[in-house]
Design a protein around this ligand. Structure first.
Ligand code: GLU
Length: 429
């Protein structure tokens, strides 16, 4: 894809998000002042990050941090290292974080960051320098009470450890709570790594229950075999679901009888791809989205289910493990075809929920065990799904669950804005 085309797609992501926020504010019959507060990030930082490459040359990379809204608490959201990241993409992602945190009831606002680079072509040492460089460049805009990053696409616990170390060195005080998703050895939380997937599985289970689809034996197709998709496959298999297909950015595998999730994930880990697994049939990403299944989990990148391919989706439920996998045109077709789309801000909120648990533990210097983390995660997910689904059924006839989730979250945000004195003319128009 050419750079130009990619940028157009990304700009559309922001436009679509703003359209949905505006529509939700109007449906709630709220004052346009609420939309004005949510329309732009409260702060957007663009910084250059000089990085020494292993061959001694210097590359000056671009880093972004969007701090969208902090009415509910410190900005919170991941940092991705991706060659196609743009300011608009990061802004849209930060808006989704604001909604996500409001929706699950974590006391955080929304933020998001990116470094425009491709870590797949970089050495570990180079990635470390980028991670530390990001923290140096962003300096004091981050902080455990201000803005708390976490892993996102192509960043992980190790990247978070370097960031925490750099921040702690600059600030001359131990402040590991400045980032979440850290390794356990440096203040991480058990279960954080697979929290997004685990949350996704709990949400999928609730959605299936709502539609009277037996979860045990449900046929699931997963787009993405990385941190979210790979773990989700293993967890769903444990729950007794049948994984009929899984794909990564290059290829995919399919078996209507059910794949051996363990074998597939191990192969991906070992070889870095899904190609060459003996047994299942190879399929393309497009074919994966159209597989005959009960639940489809897009867990890769944005803009995957579009006006062009949404009509081919055969699943009854789409659980958005990724951020922004469905375009507005795709959404419309899925709604017309009676597919229940559990939106990203709900479906992948398990990650930030356990990030919250990690931050709480860092703040009071105590460790939870896995059973405690999982119990709280499960409770939060079931409660959030019930709240959002209930709100959608009651207030959003003729619309979709995404609109219900946006409205539910915006209601909470507007209430906090009102109490904090941000809405001089009141919440309602
Ligand atoms: N990057 C994840 C997300 O998009 C996690 C964010 C966090 O834990 O702060 O939700």
């Amino acid at each position: 894809m050419s750079k130009k085309v990619e940028e157009t797609v990304q700009d559309d992501t922001l436009k679509a998000t703003l359209g949905l926020i505006k529509q939700s504010v109007d449906l709630l019959e709220m004052s346009n002042d609420v939309y004005e507060h949510l329309r732009v990030p409260m702060r957007f930082v663009e910084a250059s990050i000089p990085v020494e490459m292993d061959d001694g040359s210097i590359k000056v990379l671009t880093g972004y941090r969007a701090q969208h809204n902090n009415v509910l608490g410190p900005y919170k959201g991941g940092i991705r290292f991706h060659p196609n990241s743009t300011p608009d993409e990061v802004k849209a992602l930060s808006m989704w974080m604001t909604l996500k945190c409001a929706l699950v009831g974590t006391p955080f606002g929304g933020g998001k960051g990116a470094v425009v680079c491709d870590p797949r072509n970089m050495s570990i040492k180079e990635i470390e320098r980028v991670s530390r460089g990001y923290v140096r460049a962003m300096g004091t805009v981050l902080g455990p009470e201000t803005d708390i990053p976490a892993p996102d696409v192509y960043t992980n616990a190790q990247v978070m450890a370097w960031m925490a170390d750099e921040y702690t060195t600059i600030m001359r005080e131990p402040a590991f709570g400045v980032v979440t998703g850290k390794p356990i050895a440096v203040g991480g939380c058990v279960g954080r790594e697979e929290a997004t997937s685990r949350g996704c599985v709990y949400i999928a289970r609730e959605a299936a229950r709502t539609l009277d689809i037996p979860f045990k034996g449900a046929r699931v197709a997963i787009q993405g075999a990385g941190n979210v998709g790979g773990f989700a496959a293993l967890l769903l298999a444990e729950e007794g679901c049948k994984i009929v297909g899984i794909s990564d950015s290059k290829s995919g595998v399919y078996d209507p009888q059910g794949l051996d999730a363990q074998k597939v994930v191990e192969h991906k880990k070992k070889t870095g791809s899904l190609e060459g697994i003996s047994g299942p049939k190879e399929i393309t990403n497009e074919e994966l989205l159209a597989l005959d299944c009960d639940i489809l989990i897009p867990a890769a990148m944005e803009n995957q289910i579009t006006g062009k391919n949404a009509a081919d989706v055969k699943a009854k439920i789409v659980v958005e493990g990724a951020n922004g996998p469905t375009t507005p045109e795709g959404d419309k077709i899925l709604k017309d075809n009676n597919v229940l789309v559990v939106p990203d801000v709900m479906a992948n909120s398990g990650g930030v929920t356990v990030s919250y648990f990690e931050w709480v533990q860092n703040n009071y210097g105590f460790r939870w065990d896995f059973a405690t983390v999982d119990k709280h995660l499960q409770e939060k997910m079931v409660e959030a799904f019930g709240n959002v689904y209930g709100f959608y059924c009651e207030h959003c006839t003729g619309s979709d669950m995404r609109t219900g989730a946006y409205m539910y979250a915006i209601k909470k945000l507007a209430e906090a804005m009102q109490y904090r004195g941000w809405l001089h003319n009141g919440i309602y128009a």
